[in-house]
Design a binder for this molecule. Structure first.
Ligand code: DER
Length: 200
């Protein structure tokens, strides 16, 4: 049973699955966008509650370190992505080498927030040292809003993830550190390399 992330990378993966006629009993989706792609590919959609633990979750990322820490949420699907990743035994993340960084934070950090809490959460983010920008017009699959946090130095990804999780009104922060990638597949001009972060 496969967990499927969101974005252009996994959409290419779905195309490959179809082209190569790889049989899949079913997949758990991380977004309405991915559900539509899976349905179009005639891959059966499974509810996570019925599927139980998943063997594998595959997704892209907006930024990644060689330790498997990630920033995700550019596509506003971070909450369901984090849930499906957490419910999976193995998380394989596919990126190109432009997304590989020594320290997270160049990509503005997405945070999914309950609409009522938007201004309060923004003030708390300023206290943490970031500059939040409301992604106006975007409503997540869960009916919430997104703040993109600029210029936030993320020296301790797991600590920063926990700090955001402690703010009332934050649904999910786009730092995936406590449950990061188990395997990074990194594509570049010189070819594809596989990194298995040895931090666990
Ligand atoms: O928004 C997200 O979380 C996406 O998974 C993102 O991290 C990767 O998107 P891409 O495959 O379109 O680059």
């Amino acid at each position: 049973m496969l967990g499927v992330g969101t974005g252009s990378t996994v959409e290419q993966l779905i195309e490959e699955i179809v082209e190569r006629r790889i049989p899949l009993a079913g997949a758990v989706s991380s977004s309405d966008r991915t559900s539509q792609r899976l349905a179009a590919a005639r891959i059966p959609l499974l509810d996570l509650n019925a599927a139980g633990p998943l063997a594998l979750y595959v997704d892209g990322a907006d930024e990644a370190t060689e330790r498997g820490e990630l920033i995700k949420g550019g596509g506003a699907a971070l909450t369901r992505e984090k849930i499906v990743a957490a419910a999976s035994d193995r998380f394989v993340c596919i990126v190109d080498d432009s997304k590989l960084v020594g320290r997270l934070g160049r990509f503005p950090l997405p945070v999914e927030v309950i609409p009522l809490a938007r201004s309060y959460v923004a003030r708390r983010i300023v206290e943490l040292g970031g500059q939040p920008v409301w992604r106006e017009g975007v409503v997540t699959d869960n009916g919430n809003v997104i703040l993109d946090v600029h210029h936030l130095p993320i020296d301790d990804p797991a600590g920063m993830e926990a700090a955001f999780d402690g703010i009332a009104g934050v649904v999910t922060v786009g730092i995936f550190a406590r449950r990061g990638a188990d395997v990074l597949i990194v594509a570049g001009d010189a070819g594809v390399k596989t990194i298995e972060p040895a931090r666990r």
